[in-house]
Design a protein around this ligand. Structure first.
Ligand code: PLP
Length: 399
């Protein structure tokens, strides 16, 4: 724990927001920082949750523990809708209380003796949970990197994808890969993911693929690693209802561990992950699972698509506003995040200036890895009106 010197990014932002509110008690703060959803959950999804919840107060409707791996119907619905035509079986889907929790459970499975690679920048939980597991013996370096962890630089100069074919690319046991990436918003192309799968197969690495933002993809980028032939033998996929259906507070996600995925000894990883789930988790809330099932019904899917469209419109508005200011803007089309470059400046300085002068909360890019220095992440989770207001304030500052 001592090695987690940086603290966790979002509590640090929260502290600065709190200090700002104390300094300017009348300011109307617009939070485009922490990626928390803001739109209400459609009733088609909450109604069955409420019904299930009320039934728990009746003798006939009461239910206790469910299967640790999740409700069979929900596992089947996930395999048949999210993984349609990808050949993922319901028994390969483990329902969870969210992707973040599963990242840590996967780390438990991996243990402390593995080497890991991450995109730089990326979602901090992969590195932080790796540090907690003891996957590195050394402290953070002056460049913001932990020894023992391979940071794969993913910036505009390499189309947000590391050069895996270069002979200097080191072999790691595990590659954490997030697409669409948080924070850059980049969705890896089919060709890029084919390369990723190929290198993992060649090196005997395991890919832990995070598809938490897959529902935001508008082009033909793959929505799952299992769209790539051969991925089932090398990849685990974690995902979530959080950004798919506004379940950040409800808590529901899933992890796919294909039966075909084995260690070099030939032993199936699935059996071990099942053991971890049964030991360290006792199954997701039955109420949340009823909600998850409703999300995947035909009407539910239509309803959540409408909500996602709101955030995607917001992202487009933000991207347009920053681009209009002459800044380099990335993301925003396949993701609810816009990634803005401020060359020659430090991310925390840009964060502080924007907060001080516009009362808008963003996220400093360096919090996602040293490769994020000089960038800020702006989130689209807000109302259309608040996003417009934020854009007006930003235009006044940088225009
Ligand atoms: N993975 C990524 C890439 C995320 O950005 C987030 C949350 O922001 C999570 C996982 C965590 O998701 P959950 O709410 O399902 O724990």
């Amino acid at each position: 724990m001592e090695k987690l010197r940086n603290g966790y990014l979002f509590p640090e932002i929260g502290m600065r927001q709190q200090a700002h509110m104390e300094k300017y008690p009348d300011a109307s703060i617009i939070s485009l920082g922490i990626g928390d959803t803001t739109e209400p959950i459609p009733r088609i999804i909450t109604s069955p949750m409420a019904q299930h919840s009320h039934a728990l107060s009746t003798r006939e409707g009461y239910r206790g523990y469910g299967a640790e791996q999740g409700n069979k119907t929900l596992r089947k619905a996930i395999s048949e809708t999210i993984y349609k035509d990808m050949g993922i079986k319901d028994t390969e889907v483990f329902v969870s209380d969210g992707a973040q929790c599963d990242i840590s459970r996967i780390q438990l499975l991996l243990g402390s003796d593995v080497t890991i690679a991450v995109q730089d920048p990326t979602f901090p939980a992969y590195v932080d949970s790796g540090i907690i597991m003891g996957q590195t013996g050394d402290c953070i370096s002056a460049t913001g990197k932990y020894a023992g962890i391979e940071y794969m630089k993913c910036g505009p100069e390499n189309l947000f994808f590391p050069d895996l074919t270069s002979c200097t690319f080191p072999t790691t046991d595990v590659i954490f890969f997030c697409s669409p990436n948080n924070p850059t918003g980049h969705a890896a192309s089919r060709q890029q993911l084919q390369q990723l799968v190929e290198i993992a197969r060649r090196n005997g690495s395991l890919i832990v693929y995070d598809s938490a933002y897959a529902a935001y993809i508008s082009d033909d980028s793959p929505r799952s690693i299992y769209e790539i032939p051969g991925a089932k033998q090398v990849a685990i996929e974690i995902s979530s209802f959080s950004k798919l259906a506004g379940f950040t507070g409800v808590r529901l996600g899933w992890t796919v561990v294909p039966h075909e995925l084995t260690y070099s000894s030939g032993f199936p990883v699935h059996k071990d992950f099942d053991r971890i789930i049964c030991t360290c988790f006792n199954g997701a809330s039955s109420i949340a699972q009823v909600g998850g099932l409703a999300c995947l019904s035909e009407q539910g899917r239509r309803a959540i698509e409408e909500v996602i469209a709101v955030y995607k419109d917001n992202a487009a508005t933000l991207a347009e506003a920053f681009a209009g200011l002459g800044l380099e803007v990335y993301g925003g089309t396949n993701s609810p995040y816009v990634w803005v470059h401020f060359p020659g400046r430090r991310s925390w300085d840009v964060f502080n200036e924007i907060l001080e002068k516009t009362h808008v909360i963003t996220v400093p890019g360096c919090g996602f890895g040293p490769g994020g220095e000089g960038f800020i992440r702006v989130g689209a989770f807000s109302t259309k009106e608040r996003i417009r207001e934020a854009c007006c304030r930003l235009r006044r500052l940088f225009g």
